[in-house]
Design a protein around this ligand. Sequence first.
Ligand code: DAH
Length: 346
Amino acid sequence: MKARLKELEANAISELESVTDIKSLDPWRVYYLGKNGSLTQILRSLKNLSPDERKSVGAQANKLKLLLQSELQRKKDFLKENELSRAFEKKDLDISLPGRAFPAGRTHPITQSLREICHIFSTMGFGVVEGPEVELDYYNFEALNIPPDHPARDMFDTLWLDSSVDGDSNPMLLRTHTSPMQIRIMENSPPPIRVIVPGKVYRYEASDATHESMFTQVEGLAVGEGITLANLKGTLFEFASRLFGAERKMRFRCDYFPFVEPGVEMSIECLACGGNGCKLCSNSGWLEILGAGMVHPDVLKRVGYDPQIYSGFAFGLGVERIPMLKYGVEDIRLFYENDTRFLKQF
Ligand code: DAH
């Protein structure tokens, strides 16, 4: 048996020596080390030997197995190396070719705008907080002066959730705006307050070029002693001039939102025509960018603030509209189709 092993070793090594290409290594491996290979057969027949013989032949056979395995690996490495240097010599392989670049990911245009907006407000002293997207009727409507029978509910096509916290008395919904965070923030902290709230909001509506059922808003809230509409105007004009350029004209006009009094809408001079009138601004020369106002005294009372002492302003802007206006994107749905040919332009 021992002699057979010796012979096997000599044959295997000399055959391996004569192999000159990687492909021919496999038949060698199968012949000697494979499931039915010569060495495997010897190992299997060990059980017929006497215990003493089994011990010494077994050790020798296992040693041989390890040897053949390591010789195989060595030969493989050697042949690989050889192939490579032959390729170099034949100039098949041009190692001076530049590597292929990996496609680089980039920040989504809405995230870019959101970051820019948050940055501007944080340099003006506003903190940034986020809130829940699943909201209670109370915060989304009731506490903002929009009781169940209020016609303003029609402005918000709401996605209601089946579940409710305590029966139907406090139904849940996907927030239709970021304004409910005004209430949550005031409930949890005393004035003075100066925060913005970026986040996703949802509306139950068919999407078209200017409407999506999910979009992004930034809410702003400042409450303290002696805050006036002039503070609101100063803050928002400063914000818009940083975002759109100081040369851009801006204006406030009356608008109505149940949770502010007075309420305003703010517009900037049309980015496409510079105020002369075009398709983008429906010939008005102006683009509306946000809603705002002075926090309604009833809202302040509801969170336990004394409206005789405190006043504040609030505003809410739609984020998608900003890159749409800036870059002339004509369809809001493009932002959420995940077509990288569109997204990588920003
Ligand atoms: N929440 C309003 C909307 O989604 C926008 C808004 C208007 C927010 C006036 C405000 C505000 O804070 O004062 O249409």
